[in-house]
Write a protein that binds this ligand. Structure first.
Ligand SMILES: *Cc1c(COP(=O)(O)O)cnc(C)c1O
Length: 481
């Protein structure tokens, strides 16, 4: 196989065409001369059939939730019901122009408003802004709110955000981008907050604490009310990284645990396709006393109609226009089509499925946290390490059996982490097949270790040189030698 046989440019033949623009529709279009290209763009010249075959073939080399089981921990790779896509692509939604006046898109704004309210009810917050474009962007928005809140109170000493060492990497990154100093505190052995370690660092320079609950090891922070109280007493705010909300749906609300600000990942918990860079959405929610700081524009119902308005002490604009409309519609359809009762089943089944896998494999894989899991759990590699097979090898071997690998080498608190999150959508048959394959790979690791160490053997590409890919990325067609 050629290294780059997948490039559509390789199919290009001079003057071959897939589509012809009707010149008469262009006769009134005037493009200023200085904006015109000097040379034609470097584009592949291909027929429509070439394009269809090319992308169909490429799509079949990929792996997604629609091909098979995708237990990627902390990513909540759940099935995205087709009705979400269908309704999001209705022309009344899909063809709205972002510069249309609010009066001409009342239906869409009603959905925004209603979705903001539903998210508030689900999480126990008082208001949401849908603006942020991703989870990490929601974190940034939340941290900007923390900063604005302290500044408004003229409490300018507070420059520290506390983050436990089990946190998702975006937490310290967002805090740093927002200009805070990050103070990492060591977790207990199960990844939960160590209250003693927390108490030792509290002072009047603490701006806030970021936490995901259940944490990335899938353990619920049982001391969360105490943690919130300690941070509040010291004058800081408590931020909820809500990317792990799936486990709590219908059972617990971050707003009741003392969190002041949350973000949610609509593209995880609320079922929008994700991976490969989006589009995503990370709405940020706040308690009443912070609503004036929400990003602008914000949608609300004002007397007779839905309008955009600018909260009084707003942290400002986070991007162009108003976020990713099609993601909001998908989340809205998802929530409404499940309804309140079925929504609360999500948490129960997500937790049941994770515990079923954990219990079925813990005789072969090291279980560092011997507790019931929430929506996900971590194995710390194989129990039998005699042949030197590592977590990376097992992840690669799973691909040969048609499963996506779990998240590996995260959380960092263990050395051979394998973080498994089945989500609520998988049937018992699928979970059983996965368990069988994991057991098979564990046996291969002892009896045919070379087979596992050189996996994958049956995928489109074999084991990649990940270091080279990071150090010498080829990002443009013209860079290919
Ligand atoms: C996915 C995730 C994030 C980041 O979300 P993005 O949309 O990828 O920016 C943050 N925290 C946790 C715990 C996550 O799982």
């Amino acid at each position: 196989m050629k290294a780059y046989d997948d490039l559509i440019f390789d199919l290009s033949k001079k003057d071959r065409m897939g589509y012809t623009v009707d010149q008469t529709t262009l006769k009134d279009v005037m493009i200023p001369k200085h904006l015109l290209r000097e040379k034609p763009a470097l584009l592949p010249e291909v027929s429509e059939l070439d394009v269809v075959r090319h992308y169909t073939n490429v799509s079949q080399k990929n792996f997604g939730i629609e091909n098979g089981f995708y237990p990627l921990g902390s990513c909540t790779m759940k099935y995205n019901p087709k009705i979400n896509d269908q309704l999001a692509s209705l022309s009344g939604f899909a063809n709205i122009h972002p510069l249309q006046p609010a009066s001409s898109m009342q239906g869409l704004l009603k959905i925004y408003d209603h979705l903001q309210t539903m998210l508030s009810h689900i999480t126990g917050m008082d208001a949401y802004s849908l603006n942020p474009f991703a989870g990490a962007h929601g974190e940034l928005a939340g941290l900007m709110i923390i900063k604005a809140y302290h500044q408004k109170r003229k409490d300018s000493k507070r420059h520290i955000i506390i983050v436990p060492d089990s946190a998702h990497g975006t937490n310290p990154a967002s805090a740093t981008v927002c200009g805070f100093d990050v103070l990492e505190i060591k977790s207990n052995d199960d990844g939960t907050i160590n209250l003693q370690a927390l108490k030792e660092v509290l002072n009047d320079e603490i701006a806030g604490l970021m936490l995901t609950n259940p944490n990335t090891a899938g353990v619920f922070e049982k001391d969360i009310v105490e943690v919130s109280k300690l941070i509040h007493e010291t004058g800081g705010l408590v931020y909820y990284d809500g990317a792990n909300l799936n486990a709590l749906l219908g059972h617990a609300k971050p707003g009741d645990m003392g969190f002041d600000i949350t973000h949610l990942n609509l593209h995880k918990t609320f079922s929008t396709p994700h991976g490969g860079g989006g589009p995503g959405s990370g709405p940020v929610g706040v308690k009443q006393f912070l609503t004036n700081f929400l990003p602008t524009p914000h949608v609300k119902f004002d007397k007779e109609q839905y309008t955009f308005y600018h909260p009084k002490d707003s942290i400002g604009r986070l991007g162009s226009f108003y976020g990713n409309a099609s993601v909001y519609i998908r989340a809205y359809v998802y929530i409404l089509s499940l309804g309140r009762e079925n929504l609360s089943d999500i948490g129960s089944f997500a937790v049941l499925n994770a515990n079923y896998i954990q219990a079925s494999l813990k005789d072969l894989f090291t279980l560092p946290i011997k507790k019931y899991a929430m929506h996900e759990f971590v194995f710390d590699g194989l129990i039998n390490q005699s042949t030197g097979v590592k977590t990376l090898d097992i992840a690669k071997r799973l691909l040969d059996y048609g499963f996506h690998a779990p998240t590996i080498y995260f959380p960092l608190i263990f050395h051979q982490s394998m973080m498994i999150e089945p989500t609520e959508v998988e049937s018992k048959e699928t979970l059983d097949r996965f368990i069988d394959v994991m057991r098979k790979v564990a046996n291969e690791s002892v009896n045919q270790p070379e087979l596992v160490k050189t996996a994958p053997h049956h995928t489109v590409v074999r084991r990649l040189d990940e270091v080279k890919a990071v150090r010498q990325p080829i990002l443009k067609f013209s860079d290919i030698k």
